[in-house]
Write a protein that binds this ligand. Structure first.
Ligand SMILES: Cc1cc2nc3c(=O)[nH]c(=O)nc-3n(C[C@H](O)[C@H](O)[C@H](O)COP(=O)(O)OP(=O)(O)OC[C@H]3O[C@@H](n4cnc5c(N)ncnc54)[C@H](O)[C@@H]3O)c2cc1C
Length: 132
């Protein structure tokens, strides 16, 4: 069983001891599955990704309301090519956003966009031919 703690709850969890977090986590599971068995896990591992210098936090970028749906900002640009610039990556995915699944999905989409532009011989934003 794998879970992430985010936002305000993560800040609260950071101030707890490992035992307290484990207990709180197991209580959630026990409640969700209506079983006290969850209070006796075989093992318990945890990781605070904020402590990692080169990672600095858990996954997914945070976009406030309106960013993804606005067709004039990143919302549109994140999944449409701009000239010869093609964007991929988990944060540009419209399926599986912010996850490994999204990264693969967006990579495939970007590759298909590149193939489409090459097949046409020119890209949408620029009329000149693409040189091979
Ligand atoms: C702590 C943590 C836990 C996660 N847990 C899960 C999970 O359980 N399940 C899940 O599905 N997803 C999880 N994710 C999310 C998942 O790892 C990412 O969504 C996915 O790896 C993003 O893939 P990507 O190809 O979009 O970007 P990345 O994997 O970030 O790849 C981008 C690459 O570009 C390189 N790069 C950056 N700038 C430049 C530059 N200027 N020039 C050349 N290269 C550059 C980087 O070095 C990097 O290799 C987690 C992420 C984190 C941080």
């Amino acid at each position: 069983m794998y879970r992430t703690i985010t936002g305000k709850k993560a800040i609260k969890a950071r101030e707890m001891t490992k035992e307290q977090r484990k207990d709180a986590f197991c209580q959630c599971l026990a409640k969700a599955f209506s079983s006290e068995e969850a209070m006796q896990p075989l093992d318990y591992l945890e990781k605070n990704w904020n402590e990692e210098e080169y990672i600095g936090g858990g996954f997914s970028a945070y976009f406030p309301p309106g960013v993804l749906t606005c067709n004039k900002t990143i919302g549109w640009r994140r999944c449409n090519p701009t000239g010869r610039v093609f964007l991929a990556g988990a944060e540009s995915a419209t399926q599986g956003y912010g996850s490994l699944e999204g990264a693969v999905w967006a990579g495939k989409r970007a590759a298909e966009q590149v193939v489409a532009v090459i097949s046409q011989g020119a890209d949408d934003g620029h009329p000149e031919k693409i040189e091979n």
